[in-house]
Design a protein around this ligand. Structure first.
Ligand SMILES: *Cc1c(COP(=O)(O)O)cnc(C)c1O
Length: 424
């Protein structure tokens, strides 16, 4: 008994949890369970396994690096994989992001961004600018700093809202990707009013560009990002894009910022960065921010350095992942996934469905009452598909290597699930 219950699982009431499925191996888009069944992973292990599992070329790159060294510290030492990866990230991200700080997970990458922003203003002798503006429906991670910019009312961390550093929130932008100009303008008016009143205490405005992921899959207009860029410049507030979920193609562009052709002051990458092989994040910033840390005295230096920062194995894997993404024209694959998701999911109907949205390799069905989804995971499993709905959302974010047929199987499974649900 004692040993059986030692593992504490994430985001779950351990008392009532049903037994998790035991995976013995995985290959391509498939999870191979211990009992011999095979499931198509429709959600890429929390969206990060972008090339599928057990990828021959990435395995090879990892083995090559492993034969040299798995890890060395980045304090006082450096190595080829970290140098190459930072240069590569600067090359592929929006122009102006010239400096890369590595850490070990998306949440920590967000915390690094918040700390960097606060210190930037300290370095400029404006220490009162130390609060953040964020959006409702935002999810930025599970550490204290990241929780403090997540939706404080409906988010999964609402229990902590009185205990965390106090930040500010505006409603999530409305109207979808193709929102009418007047809808976007109404949201930008709210933003401007807020910034005009509060900018002396604001260090930055953090948001997930285009797609707010774990906080409710809200998709919004690139015009909002363009407007936010202008207003942040006008009121001297840093603009921070959390691209942990959206980066590496998930919304149809390599980075979601490209939809708006906007360069944020700080951008965070994670999840797909290492194709699901190892935990890693990167916080990128502009020379404007970086140079504020330069001084003859050490007090302005950035006092941060996770033990596993710039882990060589993770860097080598990320470099290979990006190389494959570029060489094999993944944006084209993602565009095909988008087309198929749009035509497939739009045919699903049920009175409980509130909205169906698709962007890039992300398809979401929002229902009115989440009770209807309680059996979705088990139904999908019986049909050979791994889905994991949460709250009112049943979604798919498949690996980009998924074939037409396998994606059809995911869509059919979702369709049949709703077809079988009695209309109440
Ligand atoms: C997943 C996620 C994070 C947190 O990343 P972890 O690696 O789980 O710490 C932060 N921001 C966004 C937008 C995410 O989707």
């Amino acid at each position: 008994m004692k040993n059986k219950n030692s593992l504490w699982y994430p985001y779950i009431q351990m008392k009532t949890m049903s037994l998790p499925l035991k995976v013995s191996s995985a290959k391509g888009v498939h999870l191979h369970l211990e009992d011999g069944t095979k499931l198509i992973d429709a959600i890429s292990s929390w969206w990060c396994v972008i090339h599928g599992y057990n990828h021959t070329e990435i395995n090879k790159a990892a083995k090559q690096q492993l034969a040299k060294m798995a890890h060395v510290m980045l304090g006082g030492l450096t190595h080829e994989p970290a140098e190459q990866l930072s240069n590569k990230l600067v090359k592929i991200t929006p122009p102006g992001l010239n400096h890369v700080f590595f850490s070990d997970s998306g949440s920590v990458g967000v915390d690094v961004a918040l700390k960097m922003s606060m210190q930037y203003w300290q370095n400029l002798n404006k220490p009162k600018k130390n609060k953040f503006l964020a959006l409702r429906q935002a999810y930025h991670g599970d550490t204290i700093g990241a929780m403090s910019v997540g939706d404080p009312v409906e988010g999964m961390h609402k229990l902590f809202s009185g205990l965390l550093p106090k930040n500010y929130f505006l409603p999530a932008p409305k109207g979808g990707f193709n929102a009418l100009a007047k809808t976007v303008n109404a949201d930008l008016v709210k933003l401007e009013t807020f910034l005009a009143n509060h900018h002396p205490k604001l260090a930055g405005f953090i948001l997930e560009p285009i797609l707010q992921a774990a906080g409710g899959f809200n998709i919004y207009s690139p015009l909002y990002l363009k407007g936010a860029r202008k207003l942040c410049d006008k009121y001297n507030v840093l603009l921070i894009f959390d691209e942990v979920a959206t980066g590496f193609g998930r919304t149809g562009k390599l980075f979601a910022a490209e939809h708006a052709q906007v360069t944020p002051d700080i951008m965070i990458l994670g999840k797909g960065l290492t194709a699901g092989y190892l935990g890693m994040a990167a916080t990128l910033t502009t020379s404007k921010i970086f140079t504020s840390f330069l001084d003859d005295s050490p007090v302005k230096a950035f006092m941060h350095g996770p033990t596993f920062m710039g882990n060589p194995l993770a860097c080598a894997i990320a470099l290979k992942s990006i190389e494959i993404f570029e060489k094999q024209n993944y944006l084209e694959k993602i565009s095909c996934i988008e087309t198929q998701l749009k035509s497939g999911l739009s045919q699903i109907s049920h009175p409980q469905i509130k909205d169906i949205r698709v962007i890039g390799a992300t398809g979401v069905i929002e229902v009115k009452d989440k009770a209807i989804l309680s059996s979705a995971q088990e139904f999908a499993r019986q049909n050979g598909v791994w889905l994991r709905p949460f709250d009112n959302y049943l979604y798919t974010m498949p690996p980009y290597i998924i074939s037409n047929n396998k994606l059809t199987k995911i869509i059919d499974t979702i369709q049949t699930f709703f077809k079988n649900k009695k209309i109440i």
